[in-house]
Ligand binder design. Structure first.
Ligand code: HEM
Length: 413
């Protein structure tokens, strides 16, 4: 018989609808119980709630492993419950194995590389807003398809399919495994995505282009050409990392600004304030709420002894609202600085797409504030994702605004 956990035992499931109704309150109540708690949900897992302990676990990557293992079932090791997707690289490799893959990404995700992408981000944002600007009404959930399209465009995949990528990847993370949406995604849309990526890899091996897939397939790992499986694992992670997260950030920021017109006016009047504001939205709204690790050896965290095989949820969202790390953590202060939030994770797996995510969020928010400055959201009709356990955000945001003019070409960029 395994020993009962020696930390508080809680009735908690971050994937449940009860949690989705109030994730901020739920994590506040857990933090009041201690820096680490245990729940029997999904076969049993620990939840790390305070900033210092989340930081410590995320930095101890050999003890809190991101690699696949039989503990907690089969599938993506960084979520609870695991979901049946292909291995994701580098996020599911521990160092040193992760390093050569991250080195492939670094030159393409550096601040300079992302600056070069900004005109493309602007064109796509202009185009998305052009599609609705004359109508005076829209669902912001469609406008924030920009990150999905930019990610597909950057990789070199067909941008007209963005909705299918976006909804499939979202369905596996945001719906219960027994739901029809989850089943459809796993049985139909994920295999379709696999086909698209495999076809693009084969094509770029023969006919390289100026796109990220060509860059990845031309790379070497330890002196040998990267395998098709590894290239696939990197591309699928870039799609799932890029498609939903920034949309979730922007959706929450737009709803927040509708509720706080004084902050909206401040940002509209001085767009340079967006830089810090985006960091604060990352902290306060934590688009990626929590990710998992597996314990590899006996260790004590937050006073609680852990055993090899234990599954541990690192709640970035809770760390980001921990009053010992942030003054008035529940106040969204758009000028907050410094702001060492955990919104992009911590440690070796810290988000590779952080600069891209920031650039897309700034452009989207900037254009909405400039072109739809008086937007109003029907707050009674907004719909959040059914589960807020991994990605928090809205899937329906009906809005009205004074109609404006199209600014770009009628043809997609
Ligand atoms: C606001 C937007 C974003 C948020 C909140 C976010 C959040 C995160 C977090 C929390 C991690 C840490 C994973 C872990 O520790 O297990 C991560 C890793 C990662 N993200 Fe993002 N992400 C965002 C945008 C993007 C974009 C736009 C891309 C690329 C298109 C991307 C690609 C990745 C990759 C490749 C990793 C794995 C890095 C590694 O393992 O070395 N992310 N992200």
């Amino acid at each position: 018989m395994p020993e009962p956990p020696s930390c508080p035992i809680v009735d908690f499931d971050h994937t449940s609808s009860e949690h989705a109704a109030d994730p901020v309150g739920a994590y506040r109540r857990l933090r009041e119980l201690g820096p680490i708690v245990w729940t029997a949900a999904h076969g049993g897992y620990y939840v790390v709630t305070e900033y210092d302990e989340v930081f410590e676990a995320a930095r101890s990557d050999q003890v809190f492993s991101s690699a696949r293992s039989p503990h907690g079932g089969e599938g993506l090791a960084t979520v609870i419950p695991k979901v049946p997707v292909h291995l994701h690289i580098p996020v599911e490799l521990d160092p040193p194995r992760s390093r050569p893959y991250r080195k492939i990404l670094n030159p393409k995700t550096s601040p300079d590389a992302i600056s070069a992408l900004v005109p493309r981000i602007q064109d796509w944002t202009t185009w998305f807003i052009d599609q609705v600007i004359e109508d005076g009404k829209c669902d912001f959930a469609s406008v924030i398809g920009v990150p999905a399209v930019v990610t597909l465009d950057w990789l070199g995949l067909d941008t007209s399919d963005w909705r299918r990528y976006s909804s499939a990847l979202h369905a596996v993370l945001a719906n219960q495994p027994d739901s029809p949406e989850h089943r459809h995604a796993v049985e139909v849309d994920l295999p379709w995505i696999t086909e698209q990526i495999r076809a693009a890899i084969d094509d770029r091996r023969q006919r390289p282009r100026d796109d990220l897939i060509s860059w990845i397939v031309a790379a070497e790992i330890d002196g040998a050409p990267i395998s098709t499986d590894d290239a696939y694992s990197m591309i699928e992670l870039l799609i799932s990392g890029g498609v939903g997260t920034t949309a979730s950030l922007v959706s929450q920021a737009l709803v927040h600004l509708a509720r706080h017109p004084e902050q909206r006016e401040e940002l509209r009047a001085d767009p340079t304030l967006l830089e810090r504001a985006v960091e604060e939205f990352l902290r306060a709204f934590s688009p990626t709420q929590a990710l998992a690790r597996t314990v590899t050896r006996e260790v004590t965290l937050g006073g609680c002894p852990l055993q090899p095989g234990d599954r541990v949820l690192l709640a970035w969202a809770s760390a980001n609202r921990d009053p010992s790390a942030f003054e008035n953590p529940d106040v969204v202060d758009i000028g907050r600085w410094p702001n060492r939030h955990a919104g992009f994770g911590i440690g070796v797996h810290r988000c590779a797409g952080a600069h891209l995510g920031r650039a897309m969020a700034r452009e989207l928010l900037g254009q909405v504030l400039r072109r739809m400055p008086d937007y109003e959201i029907d707050l009674d009709a907004v719909q959040t994702y059914p589960s807020q356990g991994v990605n928090a955000g809205y899937q329906r945001i009906p809005a009205r605004f004074t109609p404006g003019q199209r600014l770009g070409s009628p043809v997609a960029p």
